[in-house]
Every structure is written in structure tokens, then in C-alpha cells.
Design a protein around this ligand. Structure first.
Ligand code: ADP
Ligand code: MG
Length: 387
């Protein structure tokens, strides 16, 4: 789960991570009041959306007075902010963070993420802060310092110092950075984060080390342990169809193609998306209906897939391992009789009782095409899209 920058900063602050003082505003009025409360000097008005690159997109602006903060807030609140992370459609801004303006000496990068191959958290730090770290990783990977953390003993002092020295810090800056890293690590572990990204991590002109931006993701599987964090979820920031699918316990991710897919098992779903691509079209979604694939699940799957206006055809690809294919076929036929599908559907059922399933489908009233093999199904779907 993703949260807003202002929420991330509130959490980090509780763990002793240094952040600028700031408060969230929903209206230009509130923005002005907060700017006054912060002393009436320079503040930064920051759009709160679940995407980075806001600065370049015009969503982060300096205001030299409380009146200016109000003016800028009135421009940013309500704007459709487009960044390289939002996609061309952008995201609507409903609130801004009003934060004290900080004297920046250097902008650095710091991240913590789980390295699944090594089964360890890894700190990643770079002197190339403020810019897109993906570009640094691609063109100058040697500029990224990595420190792997032993889960049994946690972040060690020498590791924190190594990161600080690697970032070129000196004197008190090192001491401040070590304290910062330890606090960030504590916050990460205790709140079950899956990612923490501080870009930029800054060194102030006074030698302080501070998080100027904060992006945190939480492990969804651990959210039951953190009710107060689960409450921070902002459904407006999420893809509406994905939220809807979540209500039906469907594992759905919206994509940009035209072939809706309904598959059981995440691995088969990935392979199906690949096959669609190889056959010359693109998947409109990832959808794992889970092991059961009952009439109810299939019906909900159809509803979600058909809510996406880009869908020109649907490919159902189910492997009957635990679930029998004839039961799935009955489910598909039943679901199809209750909703108006309106686009071509290709069904490929493989595994237990696959033959019986094919007969059921062919003898039914529904005009589904049966895919005889994975390849055959993919070719049929590619043809259906063209028609
Ligand atoms: P994003 O990554 O979405 O563009 P950031 O929070 O990183 O947003 O802000 C972009 C840039 O704006 C930062 O790299 C920094 O230069 C500047 N900035 C952000 N917050 C402040 C602040 N409180 N004081 C001074 N400059 C800031
Ligand atoms: Mg940033």
C-alpha cells in the first residue's frame, strides 16, 4: 500500500527521522494559515498525489509569503498534475503539503528496499539525488552505494558510517546521517515497509541531514498488524477498477491493451499476457481469479473486464488442477447467460476433464470459441481483436 508524502513524513518523524516542519492543507485558506503558523517566511507548496516527479510537473513551488502560499495553493489544488509516473492522463490534486523552505546544500538519494534474491533489506544511497534514480542505475550504476542488512542484527554502526562516507559527508554531517539512517531503518522494520525512498535526502547549510521527500510503501500482507496505517489508504489515488476488483477478492491490474484476460494462477496469467503479446495484440489487464473459478467469480471477472472500454475481446485461460474443467465450463456458461458480454470470447480449458468441458462449451448457446491449445487460443484471440 502506498501513502502520501505528508503521511509518510508524519510516520517517519515519530521514529526520529528528521523532516521539515509542515502540515497538509485542503484549501487555499488553510494553506495561508499554515504558512503564517510556520513563521510567514518562505514555504514550499507541494501537491499530494501518489506519484513522484511532481517538481518537474509543476506540483512543487516556493512561496515567499503566506499570501503567495495561498495563491500557489489555489493554482495547485484542483489541477490535473501530469508527471512521468502518472501517465499522460495525470492525477487530480486535492491537497497540498505546506512545508518550511529549507536551505539545501546538497541533494542526495537514499532508499531501502527488500532484495528478494538475497532475502535481505538493502540500503541504496547515491550522491545523485533529486533526479530519477532509475537513470543513475542504468547509466552510472557505480554511483549507487549498497549495504545489505543482516536481519538478525539489523543496521550496524559501521554500515551507516560507510554509507555516510560514501556520500561524501564530513564531521557533524556523518553523525547526523548515522542517526538518520538508524531512525529510518527502525521505521521501516517496525511498520513493515516494503519500500522507503528519500529523494532527495538533503544536507542543510547548517550540516543537518533531512528527508525532503518521502515515499513509503507497506507490505499489504502485514497491514493487519497496523490498523492506523491501513486507515491511511486513499482510494481516490487508486485505479477504480482495481478497487472494485478487490471487493470481489480478484487479483486485477489494469493495463493498456485490448485483450481482457481471465486466468487462474498468477504464473499462468503472466504467461497468458506474454502469449497475447507474441500473437500481436496486448493484454488489457492481469486478472488472477484464484483457484476456485466458480460461476460467481467468473461473473465478477467479466464485469470488471468489461468495465474497461478498451477491451475488444476476452481470453479465458484456466488450468483445471484442483478445480475440474467441466465445472469451470459450467460456471462460464452460467455467467455468460446472466450478463451481456458483447465482445468475442475465446476459452481455453486444460487439465482435469478438459474434453468434457470443451463439449459443454460447444454444445451450449454461448458463442464462445474454444482454444484447442494455448497457441490456438492466442491466435484465435488475435484474430478476434482484428475483426
Ligand atoms: P518530486 O520528487 O515529486 O518532484 P520532491 O519532494 O522531491 O518532489 O520535491 C522536488 C524538489 O523540490 C526537491 O528536489 C527540492 O529541490 C525541492 N523541495 C522540496 N521540498 C522542499 C523544501 N521543503 N524546501 C526547499 N526545497 C524543497
Ligand atoms: Mg522527490
Amino acid at each position: 500500500m502506498n501513502i502520501h508524502e505528508f503521511q509518510a513524513k508524519e510516520i517517519l518523524k515519530k521514529f526520529g527521522v528528521e523532516v521539515p516542519e509542515g502540515y497538509v492543507a485542503n484549501t487555499p485558506d488553510e494553506a495561508e494559515k499554515i504558512a503564517e503558523k510556520l513563521g510567514g517566511g518562505t514555504v514550499v507548496v507541494k501537491a499530494q498525489i501518489h506519484a513522484g516527479g511532481r517538481g518537474k510537473g509543476g506540483g512543487v513551488k516556493l512561496a515567499k509569503s503566506a499570501t503567495e502560499a495561498r495563491e500557489i495553493a489555489s493554482q495547485i489544488i484542483g489541477m490535473n498534475l501530469v508527471t512521468h509516473q502518472t501517465g499522460p492522463e495525470g492525477k487530480k490534486v486535492t491537497k497540498v503539503l505546506i512545508e518550511e523552505g529549507v536551505d539545501i546544500a546538497r541533494e542526495l538519494y537514499l532508499g531501502i528496499v527488500l532484495d528478494r534474491a538475497k532475502s535481505r533489506l538493502v540500503f541504496m544511497a547515491s550522491t545523485e539525488g533529486g533526479v530519477e534514480i532509475e537513470k543513475v542505475a542504468a547509466s552510472t550504476p557505480e554511483k549507487i552505494i549498497k549495504e545489505y542488512i543482516d536481519p538478525a542484527i539489523g543496521l550496524q554502526g559501521f554500515q551507516a558510517r560507510k554509507i555516510a562516507f560514501g556520500l561524501g559527508l564530513e564531521g557533524d554531517q556523518v553523525k547526523n546521517a548515522v542517526k538518520f539512517l538508524a531512525a529510518l531503518y527502525r521505521a521501516f522494520v517496525q511498520t513493515d515497509c516494503s519500500l522507503a525512498e528519500i529523494n532527495p535526502l538533503i544536507v542543510t547549510k547548517q550540516g543537518g541531514v533531512m528527508a525532503l521527500d518521502a515515499k513509503i510503501n507497506f507490505d499489504d500482507n502485514a497491514l493487519y498488524r497496523h490498523k492506523e496505517i491501513a486507515e491511511l489508504r486513499d482510494l481516490h489515488e487508486e485505479e477504480p477498477l482495481e478497487v472494485e476488483a478487490g471487493k470481489y477478492n480478484l487479483n486485477y491490474i489494469k493495463l493498456d491493451g485490448e485483450v481482457g484476460c481471465m486466468v487462474n494462477g498468477a504464473g499462468l496469467a503472466m504467461a497468458t499476457m506474454d502469449m497475447i503479446h507474441i500473437s500481436g495484440s496486448e493484454p488489457a489487464n492481469f486478472l488472477d481469479v484464484g483457484g476456485g473459478a466458480s460461476a460467481e467469480t467468473v461473473k465478477n471477472g467479466f464485469k470488471i473486464i468489461l468495465s474497461d472500454k478498451n477491451v475488444k475481446a476476452i481470453l479465458i485461460n484456466i488450468f483445471g488442477g484442483i478445480v475440474r474443467c467441466d465445472r469451470v465450463a459450467k460456471g462460464v456458461i452460467e455467467a455468460a447467460s446472466t450478463i451481456d458480454i458483447g465482445v468475442p470470447v475465446v476459452v481455453r480449458l486444460e487439465g482435469t476433464n478438459a474434453k468434457e468441458a470443451a463439449i459443454l462449451l460447444e454444445e451450449s448457446d454461448v458463442a464462445f470459441e474454444v482454444g484447442r491449445s494455448f497457441q490456438d487460443a492466442a491466435e484465435k484471440i488475435a484474430k478476434a481483436v482484428l475483426n
